[in-house]
Unconditional design. Structure first.
Length: 605
């Protein structure tokens, strides 16, 4: 049975416009009715994805173009999710490489493209956002070609077709002088350039599990591509891991394929199809789901080890239990174990006393997304400063290194170079990228980059762009200086008063405003100096019945510094914690009582 089918993945750096392009493709292929209300970036279905404008979970979709069914996989652009993108490419026979017409190829582009070329896929290159006033399409095409050469692309891969597009406006052209009408040139090119799935129908059924998620009605759902054979609902199958060992036996209770953004039940699936199955309780990503007669597992990418971890524990502050309903260690443990089961990039370990949990991941963003999700589900917890996970190699301590590419205005480049040097970063390249911009490339330890993002934005007046990508493990680089300034710590519990904050503003930068509830040991600001300072933000003005003549100053408050969850996680020192509740984020000392803090600091020194 020969069906016309194409499987393609869209890869790009974060914010280069993958999801918006897929929106336009779906609209033009007739996936939606003319009068149907459709959200922007329909593939970013999660609340966090919509708010942050990033793709957190890779998702397949399917469209019909003429007689051909095209399965398109929207992948993540952020380096923290790079491991999943690598596995997703196993489902595709071709890739669309999307590059911003102004920014050009960025670190994540390089990482994912390298994986696609190594798998022998032939990319279609799209220069997107061509209507940007600072666009430089011809130079970007040259940069993409240089990138292909540096990644050892073969002659067939180097002969890539190029389209110029505006995903937002829904058009693409092979030549900038052509009329800009629709995306038909892209869809026709996919049919012409991307090969049909190279599959064997006659063999027994085998599919590679690539994505894992949980459904409230169906339980664990595994998404992957059928590599050979066919299967029907209720067929008996087994799951084997990369080593060929049996994981479990089971039945295919539900088979689904993708139609637009929906999963639709089907009775039978064939080689080449991208499908979703339910009915297995233990099988995970990178396992082979196959007929009981199959003994050899399908080749897959092993899951990357985590490079960073945080410790999550019960919220024990004076305000515990006021906002969230899920506050016990048992509830937190169950939630984290459920996450570790469906999110293969996250590792979970428990402390000996069972009251704290170490969660490992690929970076601050990935860990921040998990904590933000739990917070919205009504959990209260405390989070430690992220720490880097070291490895031991022949008696030597090894630490994760990252490739950092920074685009910055020329006037700020010396400040950035100085800051990266202090963080043990080694400069690999420095070049002018036109329009008064400089592109700097560093190799730096992950340890040194924790908390640098917010400092970097201050140094470059918000104009700099920093991109990071895991590079390798290298020998330990020595101590990296942490936050220089001390903390301003509240002495008592109550509600902060504008008069007190006004009189304390010259001591440092405040994190709280008027009428913010505080407690003893809570961090309310950053001190001007290196030491911690305890302050009373509750002290109101002494009122008397004597009238003052012109001596009262108007209370003028500097707006407090607002920080995101990831900023706060990176900001804290080792003796501090972040308190996360459904409505608030608070910084605090690990020991709220000043005597306990002194005792702990003496013990540490």
């Amino acid at each position: 049975m020969s069906r016309d089918l194409r499987n393609i993945a869209i890869i790009a750096h974060v914010d280069h416009g993958k999801t918006t392009l897929i929106d336009s493709i779906m609209k033009q292929s007739g996936m939606f009715r003319d009068n149907q209300a459709v959200d922007e970036r329909v593939m970013d279905s999660g609340d966090l994805e919509k708010e942050r404008g990033i793709t957190i979970l890779a998702k397949p979709t399917s469209i019909q173009w003429g007689e051909t069914r095209i399965n398109i996989i929207d992948t993540q652009g952020h380096a923290d999710f790079g491991g999943e993108v690598e596995r997703v490419l196993h489902m595709a026979d071709g890739v669309i490489l999307l590059t911003d017409a102004a920014e050009g190829p960025m670190p994540q582009t390089k990482f994912v493209l390298g994986k696609a070329l190594a798998q022998g896929l032939r990319p279609i290159v799209i220069i997107n956002k061509i209507d940007r006033p600072d666009g430089r399409p011809e130079e970007v095409v040259d940069e993409v070609f240089d990138l292909f050469v540096s990644l050892d692309a073969n002659d067939e891969q180097l002969d890539f077709p190029i389209l110029y597009a505006s995903g937002r406006d829904g058009w693409c052209v092979s030549d900038l002088d052509n009329p800009r009408e629709n995306l038909s040139p892209l869809l026709d090119l996919i049919l012409e350039h991307v090969p049909k799935p190279n599959v064997e129908e006659g063999k027994p059924f085998a599919m590679l599990a690539t994505l894992l998620d949980s459904d409230p009605f169906l339980g664990r759902c595994l998404t992957g591509r059928v590599l050979h054979g066919s299967a029907k609902v209720n067929d008996t199958v087994k799951a084997i891991n990369l080593g060929g060992d049996l994981v479990e036996n089971g039945r295919l209770t539900k088979l689904m394929m993708f139609d637009g953004t929906e999963r639709v039940p089907v009775t039978e699936v064939h080689a080449g199809d991208i499908i979703c199955i339910a009915g297995l309780t233990k099988a995970s990503v990178a396992d082979t789901i196959c007929d009981p007669s199959v003994a050899e597992p399908l080749a897959s990418t092993p899951i990357d080890p985590p490079t960073m971890s945080v410790t999550i524990s019960v919220n024990d502050s004076p305000f515990a239990g006021k906002e969230g309903k899920k506050v016990t260690s048992t509830m937190i443990r169950e939630r984290l174990m459920a996450e570790a089961e469906v999110n293969v990039a996250i590792t979970y370990t428990e402390s000996a006393d069972k009251d704290s949990f170490e969660i490992g991941g690929r970076g601050e963003l990935q860990l921040g997304v998990l904590i933000e999700t739990m917070r919205r589900e009504g959990f209260e917890l405390t989070v430690s400063r992220p720490k880097v996970l070291f490895q031991e190699e022949s008696g030597q301590k090894m630490e994760p290194m990252e490739e950092v590419i920074i685009d910055v205005d020329e006037e700020y480049s010396s400040a950035v170079v100085d800051a990266m040097n202090r963080r043990k970063g080694e400069m690999l390249d420095m070049r002018s990228s036109g329009a008064g911009k400089t592109r700097l490339t560093f190799l730096a330890p992950s340890r040194g980059l924790i908390g640098y993002q917010s400092r970097f934005l201050t140094q470059t007046r918000g104009t700099g762009v920093m991109n990071r990508l895991f590079h390798s493990y290298a020998p330990y680089k020595g101590d990296v200086p942490q936050r220089r300034n001390g903390a301003l710590i509240s002495t008592d519990q109550g509600t902060a008063v504008a008069y007190a904050i006004f009189n304390l503003q010259d001591r440092g930068e405040m994190f709280i405003g008027h009428q913010t509830p505080v407690y003893g040991g809570m961090i309310v600001g950053e001190h001007n100096r290196e030491n911690d300072l305890e302050i009373n933000v509750l002290k109101g003005k002494q009122l008397t019945n004597v009238r003052a003549s012109g001596s009262d100053d108007a209370v003028k408050l500097v707006p407090p510094r607002k920080m995101s969850l990831e900023d706060m996680m990176a900001y804290i020192n080792d003796d501090e914690l972040l308190e996360v509740t459904p409505e608030s984020l608070r910084l605090r000392k690990k020991y709220l009582c000043p005597h306990e803090r002194k005792k702990a600091s003496r013990a540490a020194s």
